[in-house]
Design a protein around this ligand. Structure first.
Ligand SMILES: N[C@@H](CCC(=O)N[C@@H](CS)C(=O)NCC(=O)O)C(=O)O
Length: 204
């Protein structure tokens, strides 16, 4: 398998999950010009032009964060990155995954636009904070991860998008449980290895 990624982008979540599940994979960095580090034409491979894109061993390319996270988890059910399909626990985890995708991930998108106005930035951040308040409430019972005591796909995804708050200067200090969650997830060996591999932190 080959994961097409951009450093620090949402593809980091799939990257983390591949490492957590101990699935063999290669990494291929995609540049802003849509050429990969080995000169592949990314748009020809994936007309959507965005990451993550996962090239399966049969050559097919699959995209969309939530789908890729579930796929990686299902390859190694013993890692418990996602509960079995058809269970209430899977239903609840899928609900969280789509919430992170549509309500948090996509609420960050306008903040990456250099042409955003001050009012636009404030509106985008206000919306993000209402969504984070809900996450803060989930974590308020002292659980280690979003669904309880076990690291799951949604933790990799929430960690990845919340990491953007640092560079985008979104103040999350009102959410201590969320900030503690970020620190806990960052300390996981697979997460640290992913951050190092993407050049986001230096190897210790
Ligand atoms: N619907 C896609 C969106 C993925 C997405 O937003 N990717 C961003 C990085 S976080 C990207 O590649 N942006 C570059 C571009 O669109 O050219 C998913 O959920 O996987």
């Amino acid at each position: 398998m080959k994961l097409y990624y951009m450093p620090g982008a949402c593809s980091l979540a799939t990257h983390i999950l591949l490492r957590e599940a101990n699935v063999p994979f290669e990494l291929e960095r995609v540049g802003r010009d849509k050429k990969t580090e080995h000169g592949e034409d990314f748009l020809a491979l994936n007309p959507k032009g965005y990451v993550p894109a996962l090239k399966l061993d049969d050559g097919d390319i699959v995209t969309e964060n939530v789908v890729l996270h579930g796929y990686v988890a299902d390859l190694k059910p013993e890692t418990k990155l996602a509960p079995a399909h058809g269970t209430k626990a899977r239903l609840k985890q899928d609900e969280l995954a789509v919430f992170i995708s549509t309500e948090i991930h996509k609420s960050y998108s306008p903040l990456f636009n250099p042409a955003i106005t001050d009012d636009g930035r404030k509106a985008a951040i206000d919306k993000l904070l209402t969504r984070y308040k809900l996450i803060e409430n989930v974590l308020a019972d002292g659980r280690t991860y979003l669904t309880g005591g076990t690291f799951a796909t949604v933790d990799a995804y929430l960690f990845t998008v919340t990491n953007w708050s640092n560079t985008l200067k979104v103040d999350l200090s009102a959410f201590p449980n969320l900030l503690a969650f970020q620190t806990r997830v960052a300390a996981r060996p697979a997460v640290l290895a992913s951050l190092v591999a993407e050049g986001l932190v230096k190897a210790a």
